[in-house]
Design a protein around this ligand. Structure first.
Ligand code: AMP
Length: 299
């Protein structure tokens, strides 16, 4: 199969209770494609300004990420600032600057349109819609979103959801979108709109995968030292979809394994600031952590 990922490429300023980092490389597409690159060769769609480091683009290429759909435009790269409290699941968005994303009209390269899996990572839902309509015959359309878009463009999100098979979002976001306080009711509301799977991420605690006829729970890897929780959600989606793309199967057991690989990739992303951990990560470490996950839940 093949995997197209559209989303943000960003500079992030991150503050945790212990440390602050200014303008480090981040973005939903960045995290997701790097995580997926350990399973397959993803094709990315997005826009950056002339200030985006060439070194990062070279890093993408070295990981076999196809950058044909990445535009470099005059202007500044998307910027986001987030602060975390002592609970890594609680974060506050301090600033969001769209910059070059404001006038971005994504156009999929011809070589991308036949891809079988497309991931609409967290960006403006109207842009997500524009991408999905350019795909020829995808087997899986997945999407993610965050509270910023749920608060500002909920109707646009519901519109895209009608074309989506898998929704990834944090538990609070799914509750906020469906205006339900119970996660099962909230997931059912989303499933009624079209998606076959709702992956509700629960931060460091893992995720619950809801379908119309089964629920599957996956733990987060117990991590003593969460350095920077940013990108955990996108890395989860990258591991999940990258694994599905690699196996080419959508059976129930493969979906379960995909969720575990998602959790594994998220657990690596948070071990260092920004994308640093992906620069040193080796496939053997992924396999080892996957085996640890199996031991953790077998009884
Ligand atoms: P995650 O921690 O996986 O939920 O995603 C974090 C990434 O999302 C950061 O690297 C940000 O640059 C990016 N991000 C934050 N807000 C937005 C937004 N409104 N649109 C697109 N990307 C965003």
């Amino acid at each position: 199969m093949s995997l197209v990922i559209v989303g943000s490429l960003a500079f992030d300023t991150i503050q945790t209770p212990w440390e602050r980092r200014e303008r480090i490389v981040g973005g939903s597409c960045t995290y997701c494609s790097l995580a997926a690159s350990f399973f397959t060769s993803p094709k990315i769609v997005g826009v950056v300004g002339e200030d985006f480091p060439e070194e990062t683009i070279q890093f993408f290429k070295s990981r076999n990420i196809d950058t044909e759909g990445l535009e470099v435009r005059p202007g500044k790269t998307f910027f986001w600032e987030g602060h975390y409290g002592y609970d890594p699941n609680q974060r506050e968005t301090i600033k969001t600057e769209m910059n070059v994303f404001r006038d971005f009209r994504p156009k999929l390269p011809a070589s991308y349109r036949k891809a079988k899996i497309v991931f609409l990572a967290n960006i403006d839902p109207d842009l997500q819609d524009k991408i999905v309509t350019q795909m020829e015959n995808p087997a899986v359309v997945a999407m993610d979103t965050i509270n910023f878009w749920i608060a500002t463009k909920p109707e646009a999100i519901w519109r895209v959801l009608e074309k989506v098979n898998i929704l990834f979002a944090n538990e609070e976001e799914i509750k906020m979108l469906s205006r339900e306080i119970n996660i099962i009711k909230a997931a059912r509301k989303v499933l009624a709109k079209g998606p076959h799977l709702v992956v509700t991420k629960k931060g460091e605690h893992g995720a619950l995968v809801f379908s119309r006829d089964f629920v599957f729970g996956v733990l987060g890897h117990p991590c003593e030292d969460v350095v920077d929780p940013t990108g955990a959600g996108d890395s989860f989606a990258g591991g999940f979809l990258g694994y599905l793309d690699k196996t080419g199967k959508l059976s129930r057991p493969e979906l379960r394994k995909a969720a575990v690989f998602g959790s594994v990739m998220a657990s690596f992303a948070i071990e260092n600031f920004g994308i640093e951990r992906f620069k040193t990560l080796r496939p053997e470490e992924i396999e080892k952590r996957f085996r640890e996950f199996r031991r953790l839940v077998s009884f």
